[in-house]
Design a binder for this molecule. Sequence first.
Ligand code: PMP
Length: 354
Amino acid sequence: VSGLRPEVERLSAYAVDQDASLVKLNQNEASDDVPPDAKEEVFERLRRASWNRYPSGGPGALEDMISAREGHPVGGILAGNGSNELIQTLLVAACDRGDRVVTARPTFSVYGRAAGLLSLPVDEVPLAEGFTAFDTDAVIERARGARMVILASPNNPTGTVLMEEEAGRLAYAVEGLLIIDEAYFEFSGRSLKGLIAEHGNVVVLRTLSKAWRLAGARLGYLMGREDLVRGLAKAKLPFSVGLFARTAAEIILGRRGELEETVRGTLEQRQRVFQALRGIPGISPVPSSANFILFRIEDRSASVFYEQLRARGVLVRVFDDPLLAGYLRVTIGKEAENDAFLEAVRVIACGSRS
Ligand code: PMP
């Protein structure tokens, strides 16, 4: 016996290929690092900080900055060690043994993993045909009696956006909490946080790991009604956001330029990669509102295509889910990285150098 619960034993390791020598387009990270002068500012602040003291336990300067940016009361904001931590906090705080969680399929695997660890049954509602829309009616149907509905908009790995009208209908219909994960919102420009004012059951998740270039620092936050967030804060581990993450986040949030540059560049490149993929025989990209594109490979298995790309030095994301058997996901990178990816896809798909 391992001493661990069967729920843990059954989980596969959360393993992602992180070979830095490859063109790395598999984790939806920003392609540009934080600029050196911003890093210097962080170091400078860290030098002056007291490392022997616990970081802020409750809302501090970081939450004030987020509050001002978002126009959301500081009491309705909770920062976490990445949005992953907050997903777990939400589940722990809201769900009793046996409570049902509803999500979409395909979607971000951490929802199912975190729920599974708590032995919570997960209902996965397939996206509409072609992954271009949520099946909102089906989600509403399945949400009856469920404790939580969690949807990502834009959705990972499809880039699908939940329309405002659909989200509004969901917020009315869902009896439990409606969590909208907006990890990629900056690339779609559409937020559903406006629902919070009218619906006390809506929580919006954000992260600094994508458009803000801070995946390594680990900083996510959620927004909701103040009374709800006060409760959630009690379920989160104390001091889970460390001094480094707080400081890096404060500096980077104060620098609009980097964000705008990341988003502008990504949107231009997304358009270009999408058009190029569409022009390659046997490849069908799914329209995306995020910083990645899911694409279907018609004439061979995605895992074979993945290995062929890897052999050519390009790392993309391959999936276990049978629903995604014919699909790979590529993160939008820098122009040269995208060129390397597109050239490799052309060569593999066409069987010849172009
Ligand atoms: N939500 C979605 C939809 C994601 O794709 C990711 C990252 N892959 C996360 C949340 C987790 O982000 P963080 O780095 O903030 O934990």
